[in-house]
Ligand binder design. Sequence first.
Ligand code: GLN
Length: 494
Amino acid sequence: MQPAELSAVDLVTAVRQGDLSAVHCTEAFLRRIEALDGSINAFLKVDREGALASAARIDERRRAGGPIGPLAGLPIAVKDALCTANLPTTCGSKMLQGFRPPYDADTVRRLREADAVIVGKTNMDEFAMGGSNENSAFGPVKNPWDLSRAPGGSSGGSAACVAADMAPVAIGSDTGGSIRQPAGLCGITGLKPTYGRVSRRGLVAFASSLDQIGPMARSAADCALVLETIAGHDPGDSTSLCDEVPRYTEMLEQPLTGVRIGRVRDHYAEGLDPEVARGVEEAFAVFTAAGATIHDVELPHAKYGVATYYLIAPCEASSNLARYDGAHYGHRSSQRTGDGFESPLLEMYCRSRAEGFGPEVKRRIMLGTYALSAGYYDAYYAKALKVRRLIRQDYLDAFRHVDLIGGPVSATPAFRLGEKTGDPLAMYLVDLYTVATNLAGVGGISFPCGFTRSGLPVGFQLQGPALAEPLLLRATDRFQRLTDWHLRRPKAIA
Ligand code: GLN
């Protein structure tokens, strides 16, 4: 078997047992990246030398009988929103082109300590703002299932590289759906853990009260393996949770008998593609066959999710992105005319930001600054916080009656590149089913539950209460033992 055909769980087992060397495994994925990424554009940086050198060190240590980490030899691609001390970190923006962080993100540090092999940094929407990857300053990513379509976003590079077997696992971040939506549109499995489960230290901040890092892989079992390494308290992020990290990989076996899954009737309103609706219904039937029971639940305020998210996220972004002033780090404009500026310093700030940020990032900064300004704060930002609280309460109420909530990830399968770029509102509506999870601070997972007639993946989403990752992973793993949607590979790039 080729390494690219093995699951992450099988790859680490093969390396541990000496059946596969870390170097051989890394080379196999690097070869695929070389062959395929020219047409997909999932990577902003491939670290060939670094990856092979760390793989060689792992092999050497193993042969000498030394200890090797739980992810020894596993190639992993990391979203370019996570700081890497040895590799440039751009966050998909010209603002950070050429930036080399002084330290590794906590997730990256944990991956290295577990002997994972970081193969490169993946493309993304600029500062993680977007749902199609078309807001990247370095060109869009193509969906491996149909190169004329978007992979989703903002972790589009991470999703596409796993879908095309250019890495068995990738790391993404999810502020309003950026792990789950691209996973759904690319036919892979993506987990957004509970807020605070994974440290945000070294994740370039977008909206700090919503941002969360998580694994994207072929299956729930592979996500469980990686989450075990990256989750846990970090004194460097005061919002990271102190709760002990369960052995997710050992909790997959239990049957689903008696697990109650909620079904939200509002999810089937106008706008839901009939092929997606069918895939989702069939997924509920699989869960029923597995012993789960399905119950109607209501999330009455979820319909305000998009409006609430698109106030809170831009407000936090406008504050977080104030640090890019051209003075400390990031792009600095060299142009000085003096015309119309009060001072050279002000001109430097203005020009640096005008040149460094793309149009969507500027739109969010303006929206957020407006909504936070005196006179509008109460009407917009404070109001949005109140609605957020109601949305969270809806989830708390629903989870008194059910263990999980199931439904679609996105209303449609992957859309065409360029289809929504002229209409920001249409792009924001792509987040209909995903933003409430982040607003409530709970966890969600998405995975393929079927394909359209034209061969595009359809995604299913499960959401769970805070710290229900073991159940989210177990339910998805059970689904994947009963179906084989997650094993299909895109023909175009096979
Ligand atoms: N699509 C959403 C946005 O544009 C979510 C992005 C994310 O989760 N990072 O903000």
